[in-house]
Design a protein around this ligand. Structure first.
Ligand code: ADP
Ligand code: ADP
Length: 231
């Protein structure tokens, strides 16, 4: 749905913490890109810049033709700790994705209208949780909760889907399960997707294109065949 351009982006915290150092790359429309790198490499920083939560110290980021300046309704994020409202149902949590869309009332208790309700149900269907729509989030397994987090992001109807270490807190079986749903959702909706991961085996199983960061610099950019274990 959108080509993403990162053009000469640097991010410096404080006086001298260089989180990103002149990073440039393009993510093609509909590509499923995985960001790899050890802790401290700059993955979260890059995702926060893409999300408009922070601004680059220098350089530009474009979603399609538009420079990112502040948070955008067409960029959705899946978080490591899913950040669900635990007492609410899977369906209610998915609906809150619509809060991030322009023109929708910003209250969880507001009636959303049929189109948004249909989008939330479609999103739950995409992550295989239609039958669990009425269950409280805190009654679900960690993997199911993260799938609700994906459904919430899909309900936002984004151009760009970001996921920051979406399976870091899950056991290997649940991690594979969640990554399978994330990839399938992205493929089904032809969504440009950027996911950070630190497990190379999971990245290899589900990714299409891989960018490796280390100390804020791009040290790898390629496909599955070029991917080595020490990214
Ligand atoms: P991750 O590896 O998942 O990014 P971190 O422990 O590095 O986790 O960071 C967790 C949070 O703390 C992030 O929001 C990050 O921006 C913030 N953070 C990381 N390093 C620093 C720092 N040196 N000073 C202030 N905040 C930091
Ligand atoms: P990763 O997600 O790959 O673990 P981060 O983007 O969290 O990496 O961190 C990259 C570098 O920037 C680290 O040195 C980290 O300590 C620093 N950093 C991240 N967020 C902040 C922050 N809010 N304030 C200061 N330093 C930060």
């Amino acid at each position: 749905m959108a080509t993403i351009t990162i053009d000469g982006v640097s991010k410096v915290y404080g006086e001298d913490t260089v989180a990103l150092d002149d990073v440039s790359f393009t993510v093609e429309d509909g590509e499923f890109m995985v960001l790899l790198g050890p802790s401290g490499a700059g993955k979260s920083t890059l995702l926060r810049l893409l999300n408009g939560l922070e601004s680059p110290t220098s350089g530009e980021i474009y979603v399609g033709d538009e420079a990112v300046a502040g948070t955008r309704s067409d960029v959705a994020m899946v978080f490591q700790m899913h950040n669900l409202v635990e007492s609410m149902s899977a369906y209610r949590n998915a609906l809150t994705g619509a809060l991030n869309r322009t023109g929708v009332a910003r209250s969880v208790t507001t009636q959303y209208g049929d189109d948004v309700e249909r989008m939330a149900l479609n999103a739950l269907d995409t992550v295989g949780l239609l039958d669990e729509a009425g269950q409280r989030a805190d009654s679900m397994s960690g993997g199911q909760q993260q799938r609700v987090g994906i459904a919430r992001a899909l309900t936002q109807d984004p151009q760009l889907l970001l996921a920051d270490e979406p399976v870091a807190s899950l056991d290997p079986k649940a991690a594979e399960d969640v990554m399978g749903y994330l990839r399938a959702a992205a493929d089904e909706r032809e969504l440009t997707t950027i996911t950070s991961l630190h497990q190379v085996n999971i990245a290899r199983a589900f990714g299409e294109r891989f960018i490796g960061l280390r100390d804020g610099e791009v040290v790898f950019d390629g496909g599955k065949d070029d991917l080595t274990m020490d990214v």
